[in-house]
Design a protein around this ligand. Structure first.
Ligand code: DAH
Length: 341
């Protein structure tokens, strides 16, 4: 075959192969095959020497044209492949701004906390401020300063969790009454939200860990009527005008006189049901006029100052607020329950 024909054939073959290469390695292999040191082109060059002298320049020109053409083809294909790769990379990284966003799962307040917040809000509106105290308490603030007689059953290990002889988990937020009065002069007007612990048998209306809201108001001329008025306004704010507050005589060492507080049962609208043991009322806490012994114990002038105090169970309020028959549900962590609020 004549040189010219071979060159044509090589060019056509190479062109097809180069344009068909889809990756850089294949392309490089082709470049080596056609243009490298032992390439087809080199073989053609080496044949020039055997041509008649006058044909050699032309043959050289033809081959160098072929070499240039193939080189250009390789370079063109290489930049096309690189561009393609870049394009693919960009496409893979592209943001689809038309995709709808993912809505994050938002939590919400636990029904107990929401109830507490609402209760606190009402008392803030009545001029109370929030005070707090430790959950791990000593014997003095838990019982002695609250006027408990020496062998009161509340101090019994059966009823209270002890950390050591003198240290215990508080069984009521009334402890904070003492802590606050020890460090503040009257007038006092505080509420104390907080967790309490008791060795109670857990049932639908009792837990070993529960929350109370304590209230204390000490000033000149404070009477039992102030206590009643305050709690009635509070109950009506939470449950509306149909809610009735029932006060019945009770006993607490730190109040005299003392009264149990009960509210109309919202589960049966006061008709009597299993939760309120058929009475139409649910007991929510205790209250009374602060015993002068307690005031004297913190150095207050009992001739000048009187006060009232109360303590209510937040779980009980949450039960009434949402008509829930079993307070254990609040602690169950059951999402089917919690998602309803
Ligand atoms: N601390 C009492 C209890 O846990 C409740 C209570 C009764 C609190 C009378 C008071 C009060 O402040 O005056 O059962």
């Amino acid at each position: 075959m004549e040189l010219e024909d071979r060159v044509k054939q090589i060019q056509q073959e190479a062109q097809e192969a180069i344009l068909a290469a889809t990756d850089l390695q294949t392309l490089e292999d082709l470049r080596v095959k056609y243009l490298g040191r032992n390439s087809i082109l080199r073989q053609e060059y080496s044949r020039i020497g055997s041509l008649p002298e006058e044909d050699r320049p032309l043959a050289g020109q033809v081959l160098s044209k072929l070499s240039n053409a193939l080189q250009k083809l390789c370079e063109g294909r290489k930049s096309a492949l690189l561009q393609q790769a870049e394009q693919q990379k960009l496409q893979a990284q592209a943001l689809d701004v038309t995709l709808p966003g993912r809505i994050p799962r938002a939590g919400h307040q636990h029904p107990l906390l929401a109830t507490l917040d609402e209760m606190v809000e009402i008392f803030l509106g009545l001029g109370f401020i929030v005070a707090e105290g430790p959950e791990v308490e000593d014997y003095y603030h838990s019982f002695e300063a609250l006027n408990y007689p020496e062998y009161h059953p509340a101090m019994d290990e059966q009823d209270t969790f002890y950390v050591s002889d003198d240290v215990l988990l508080r069984s009521q937020t009334s402890t904070v009454q003492i802590r606050y009065m020890e460090t503040h002069e009257p007038p006092v007007q505080i509420i104390v939200p907080g967790r309490c612990y008791r060795r109670d048998t857990v049932d639908a209306t009792h837990g070993h860990t529960f929350n109370q809201l304590e209230g204390l108001l000490v000033d000149e001329g404070v009477t039992f009527a102030d206590l009643k008025g305050t709690l009635e306004i509070f109950a009506r704010e939470v449950f509306g005008d149909r809610c009735h507050v029932r006060f019945r005589p009770d006993f607490f060492p730190f109040t005299e006189p003392s009264a149990e507080i009960a509210l109309t049962c919202t589960l049966c609208d006061g008709q009597g049901c299993r939760v309120c043991s058929g009475t139409g009322y649910l007991e929510v806490g205790g209250s009374g006029q602060v015993d002068p012994n307690v005031l004297a114990g913190v150095g207050y002038d009992t001739e000048k100052y009187t006060g009232f105090a109360f303590g209510v169970g937040i779980e009980r309020f949450a039960m009434l607020r949402h008509s829930i028959a079993d307070l254990r549900l609040f602690y169950s962590g059951d999402m089917r329950f919690l998602e309803q609020f």
